[in-house]
Design a protein around this ligand. Sequence first.
Ligand code: GLN
Length: 474
Amino acid sequence: MNNNFTIEKINRELNNKIISCVDLIKDCIKKIKSDNLNDFITIFENDSIEQAQKIDEKIKSGKKLELLEGVPIAIKDNILVKDHKTTAGSKMLSNYVASYDAYVIKKLKQSGVIILGKTNMDEFAMGSSNETSFFGPVLNPHDRKRVSGGSSGGSAVSVASGHCAVALGSDTSGSIRQPASFCGVCGLKPSYGRISRNGLISLASSFDQIGPIANSSLDCAILFNVIVGKDDDDATNLNTKKVNIRNIKSKIKNITIGIPKNFDNFVTDKNILESFDKLIKDLRGAKIKIKEINMSFIDEALAAYCIIQPAESSSNLAKYDGFRYGFDSKVYDSLDDAYKKNRTMGMGDEVKRRILIGNYVLSSGYKEAYYNRAMLVQGDIKNKLNEIFKNVDFIITPTTPTKAFKIGEKLKDPLKMYFSDIFTVSASIADIPAISIPLKSNDLPIGLQIMGKYMDEENVLKLAWNLEKNFINK
Ligand code: GLN
């Protein structure tokens, strides 16, 4: 299924005239349509072919292409691309056309990539299966009866199915890593503050980060380098450097990897444990130091997230009332009624559930009991992780407690659905980088998560590259 698109391969084949860019883009679009996995909400058919023609002219004129020129990319539909619809998977924004480019999109456009379109996602990025999307679920290409994961399900499927070479997703508590894991691709959640959120439709602003999804950790690194940078329009964006690709592609030495004690209590799939254990055995065999660590706060991290995230979302989503933009039901008879009808009819059940929870945990009398305590738990977890990282360089876990589950299996049970983030949420709570890369599996894909020190994406990518090369793809 995976046609092994890599950035370097596309660049080589375009430059050597093995493929033309127009054919490449047309093939991608044809495949998106014939596979029918519902991974795209909008396809930029004319724009992308027009851009590909320009790339082909450049090659014809004897010029060499830069690494990313002509590379097809898909963008999660909560990232603004000027003059195109940006729906966030919601009826509320189903006709909203972005009036400016997100910071990351400006950067991508400068690099010469071809944006193929916008990918399907859980509504406002709330979900772990893509089933909350107004546009319907995305099907998993490994088994069409199963979910893609979420909320960046469309982006993960588009890469896994060879509909594009790379994609952007967003991750608040696992939305890049979990679908990457379910679909057998790589996905990086950067440290909080590393990538500008300007032009990203907010879910929970203190956790949201945009990140790359690709067929290899190397492509994640290449794409990361395009979108990283200082953006004065995002006050939480820090001035950080690109990662060093040459270093990432070198042998990793003298490292200690931490594995949480009793993490297997959370894993319900035997295959995941077998695959993970086999990797640990191989790592030990290669004399890599493995240390057991105490992360008994794993479930507290999820609990804290389930308070803080709705609190922030309820506030972030208050602006969607259908007046200036967004869904207008046109069936109200007073101002109050308009708010009620536009928001009731424009938003799905999961979104409404989170708004209710968020307003509840922030309301007078409950804020102290819920929101404030969740913030204290977050601080405590950050401290504990800082302590852990004094003794280890990385922490690895499976990315998810299960493989891709059946469509409909968890939709009626929100707690089961939220549990999908059990391994991914700690990195979000603690602002640290984490990547998911595919582990060996005999049927459905399994993901390995590597968490690293704050702002240490370079070493996280380096370990991922080393593991892919020496242990996983061997
Ligand atoms: N499963 C998470 C949630 O529903 C995913 C959030 C995210 O990372 N965007 O909150």
